[in-house]
Design a protein around this ligand. Structure first.
Ligand SMILES: [Zn+2]
Length: 333
C-alpha cells in the first residue's frame, strides 16, 4: 500500500516522521467542588429533560467489540460492538468522549488517568482521592454531571442505535498506543486529544461504520442548571463562538471516529418547564428549531459566563477543529 510508510513490514525509514495526530490541553486554573443534586426530586432552578439527536460519522467509526472474527475472505477482522446483532455506539463511549471535553474546559478533576501518572497530577485534580473517595459530599462539575464512585451522575447517555449507512471492512496501519504523557513547563501533565484529518490506510482489517453512517442518540438529564445544560451543549461541539467536532472509538490516531452531534429536539419535563422556562409554546414541551437554537444559545452563554474556562475551550476547539486542514499519520509515529 502506497500510503503505508513506516509499519512493521519493512516500511521506509528515510522519511520525516508524520505529524503527531494529537495535542494537549493544559489543566484548568483549579477544581471547584460542590454537593451534587440528587435524582429523587426536582430542584429549584434546575431543569430535567432529554436531548434527542443524530450522530453522523464524518470519518469511519470503529468501536471494537474486542472480538476478532473471520471476515468474508477468511481473514481475521476486528469486529464492531453490537447489541442484538445491530451495530451501536455504546452510551459509555459517548459519555467518555463528552465527559473528557467537559473536564478539559471546566474546573474539573482528571478522571481518566493510568495509575502510573495518577500521582503526578496536582492533588486538587486527582479523581481518586479528591472526588471518588468523597462520595457524594463534594464533587467537581464533571463528576456531578457524569458520575463518580457512589454517585450516579445527572447525565445518562443511552446506546446510540444505528439508523443508516454502511458497515464495511477498512484496512488500517498497525497502531501502537502512545504511552507518554506530555507535561507543561511546570512539569504538570496535560490532557490529550486526537485531531481530525484525512484517514490513513494500511493492512490490518477492521469492521467500521462508513462515513455518513447515522445513529440516534438520547441523553437523559436530571436537575441541571441552564449553565450546566450549556456546558453539555458546548461539549457536543455546539458553542456559537468555538465550535468543534468530537472523536469517538478506536483508531483515533489515524483519524477514525470523527462525529457530528445534531440536536434534533429537546424535551423538558413539565414540572421544571412551568417554573423556570418562559417558553411560549402552548402546553408543548418541545421547541421549534428557532426556539431551540435561541434556548441553546442562552444556556451556552450562561455556561461561558460561569462554568467554562474560555482559554481552554479555545485551545480544545483548535485541536478538534473541523473541517481539518491536515493528514493523519499513515504509519507509526
Ligand atoms: Zn471529579
Amino acid at each position: 500500500m502506497g500510503q503505508y510508510q513506516r509499519g512493521r513490514r519493512g516500511g521506509r525509514q528515510d522519511q520525516q516522521p508524520d505529524p503527531k495526530p494529537f495535542a494537549f490541553v493544559r489543566l484548568s486554573n483549579g477544581v471547584d467542588r460542590q454537593h451534587p443534586k440528587g435524582h429523587d426530586r426536582y430542584h429549584d432552578r434546575h431543569i430535567t429533560g432529554r436531548i434527542h439527536g443524530t450522530i453522523e460519522a464524518l470519518s469511519p467509526i470503529h468501536i471494537g467489540s474486542g472480538i476478532v472474527d473471520l471476515g468474508r475472505d477468511v481473514e481475521l477482522i476486528k469486529t464492531a460492538v453490537r447489541t442484538n446483532g445491530n451495530v451501536i455506539i455504546p452510551g459509555s463511549s459517548l459519555k467518555g468522549a463528552i465527559r473528557s471535553v467537559v473536564e478539559a474546559i471546566s474546573a474539573s478533576c482528571v478522571s481518566k488517568t493510568v495509575r502510573r501518572v495518577r500521582d503526578t497530577f496536582p492533588r486538587n485534580f486527582r479523581y481518586f482521592t479528591e472526588c471518588r473517595r468523597r462520595r457524594r459530599e463534594r464533587l467537581c462539575i464533571a463528576c456531578r454531571m457524569f458520575g463518580a464512585m457512589g454517585f450516579q451522575g445527572n447525565v445518562a447517555i443511552q446506546d446510540a442505535s444505528y439508523i443508516d449507512g454502511q458497515i464495511v471492512t477498512k484496512y488500517i496501519p498497525a497502531l501502537h498506543r502512545p504511552r507518554r504523557y506530555r507535561t507543561d513547563n511546570r512539569n504538570v501533565p496535560m490532557r490529550k486529544f486526537y485531531m481530525h484529518g484525512e484517514v490513513a490506510s494500511g493492512e490490518t482489517p477492521i469492521e467500521a461504520c462508513e462515513v455518513g453512517s447515522k445513529f440516534r442518540f438520547v441523553v437523559q438529564i436530571d436537575n441541571l442548571t441552564l449553565a450546566e445544560w450549556g456546558l453539555l451543549f458546548t461539549a457536543l461541539g455546539h458553542h456559537h463562538d468555538h465550535p468543534f467536532k468530537l472523536k469517538i472509538g478506536g483508531a483515533k490516531p489515524i483519524c477514525f471516529g470523527s462525529i457530528d452531534f445534531q440536536v434534533d429536539r429537546v424535551h423538558v419535563d413539565q414540572q421544571t418547564r412551568d417554573q423556570y422556562l418562559n417558553w411560549d409554546v402552548e402546553s408543548k414541551s418541545e421547541k421549534t428549531d428557532t426556539q431551540l437554537e435561541e434556548w441553546k444559545r442562552q444556556c451556552i452563554t450562561q455556561a461561558t459566563n460561569s462554568l467554562i474556562q474560555t482559554d481552554l475551550l479555545m485551545e480544545l476547539a483548535k485541536i478538534l477543529k473541523y473541517p481539518y486542514d491536515r493528514n493523519c499519520p499513515s504509519g507509526l509515529y
